[in-house]
Design a protein around this ligand. Structure first.
Ligand SMILES: Cc1ncc(COP(=O)(O)O)c(C=O)c1O
Length: 371
């Protein structure tokens, strides 16, 4: 099989090219002629324009699944999958550390299989996980989770947004359905919203039907942007992995940093697991400033990272989870999780590694000299 970079560029492209266009044009039309009653009905909400079909094939190839589909956002992917797999009264098991939007959708039950045996009910149908958990960047025992799901006849669903298919293909670990917020690494430029669902043809068919009824399709313009971005996914993510490693090491050594968290650091509690499961450790780094550092002084002194939520773009983004992803979490629970006001999350972009390391180091130095 050709490698991921080759597939990202060539798979799913129409042959012959449309009107000879090397880049697939945007089919900015809501509907398609239907002169022959035997033809498939093409309509924008059905997610079956040439822009959608090319993307679906490319994404399935990147995830190593039979099929894939795109949605209007990551949350549209998550909600469509759950609405497909769960009926009224059904139940799922999931770890307590998940993306906040997802957490708001359901109650959770412990951190992993050890807690789940007791949580199972006759109506439990789904196991839900994430490859890398926000913001402590923990890597759960994904293989044990997939095995648990299989042993109990559950459909295993995983949100792999933080890792991207460059760093791990969760169906290789036994998961059935893979989700992404395409707004992050897949889009990669902080300029679109999208979601992805990948899995067997049967699961994708079922989710596609739900999506058609809920109306959460991706519009052709965003399809074009996502398609364009996927062609550079490999080079972007590998560079982000490399820069994040250098940034994490520099943070770890700086005396204004209490602790640096990155799965690529040997000090990270899940380093060994991440090393065995992933091809790369990702572009997300978290750290906590020492108690006598000025958080405002640190943020004010930065010149490169942009203070904004979200992740996976070309520009380094920086946030305090207490003001963004974990704003709605009870402060006592946050404290217990180790997420204080001094806790900072970084989505490493594609700036020069040295420039970024230097900028962070200067701001850290400043954080200890201002009131
Ligand atoms: C891990 C994860 N999953 C899903 C989502 C939701 O994606 P979207 O904002 O595209 O709906 C996010 C958003 O931050 C996320 O971080």
């Amino acid at each position: 099989m050709p490698d991921l970079d080759t597939r990202a560029i060539h798979d799913g492209e129409p042959e012959p090219r449309v009107e000879g266009a090397v880049s697939l044009p945007i089919f900015q039309t809501a509907t398609y002629t239907h002169d022959d009653p035997d033809d498939t009905v093409r309509y924008v909400r059905y997610n079956n324009s040439p822009n959608h079909e090319a993307l679906h094939e490319k994404l399935a190839s990147l995830e190593g699944t039979e099929d894939a589909l795109v949605t209007a956002s990551g949350m549209a992917a998550i909600s469509s999958v759950l609405m497909t797999l769960l009926d009224a009264g059904d139940h799922l098991v999931a770890p307590a550390t998940l993306y906040g939007g997802t957490l708001d959708l359901f109650d959770v039950s412990g951190e992993g299989p050890a807690d789940w045996e007791d949580a199972l009910t006759p109506n439990t149908n789904v196991l839900y996980a994430e490859t890398i958990a926000n913001p402590l960047l923990g890597v759960p025992d994904l293989e044990a989770m997939a095995d648990f799901a299989e042993a109990h006849g559950l459909v295993s669903v995983i949100d792999s947004t933080f890792a991207s298919p460059v760093n791990v293909r969760p169906t290789d670990l036994g998961f059935d359905v893979v989700l992404h917020s395409g707004t992050k690494y897949l889009g990669g430029h902080s300029d679109l919203a999208a979601g992805v669902v990948a899995g067997s043809a049967e699961h994708i068919d079922q989710v596609g039907y739900t999506l058609k009824l809920l109306g959460g399709m991706l519009d052709p313009q965003a399809c074009f942007l996502l398609h364009r971005s996927l062609k550079t996914l490999g080079v972007r993510v590998r560079q982000q992995n490399e820069t994040a490693q250098a940034v994490a090491e520099a943070l770890d050594e700086h005396d204004a940093v209490d602790r640096a968290l990155y799965p690529g650091l040997p000090s990270h509690p899940d380093h060994d697991r991440a090393r065995s499961l992933f091809d790369g450790f990702g572009g997300m780094v978290s750290f906590e400033l020492v108690p006598d550092a000025s958080v405002d002084g640190f943020f004010d002194a930065l010149t490169l990272p942009v203070r904004a939520p979200s992740l996976g773009g070309v520009e380094t983004l920086i946030t305090q989870p207490i003001h963004t992803s974990h704003k709605s979490v009870d402060p006592a629970v946050r404290e217990e999780m180790g997420i204080s006001e001094r806790f900072v999350r970084l989505s490493v972009g594609l700036e020069g590694t040295e420039d970024l390391v230097q900028d962070l180091a200067t701001a850290l130095d400043t954080s200890r000299t201002v009131e």
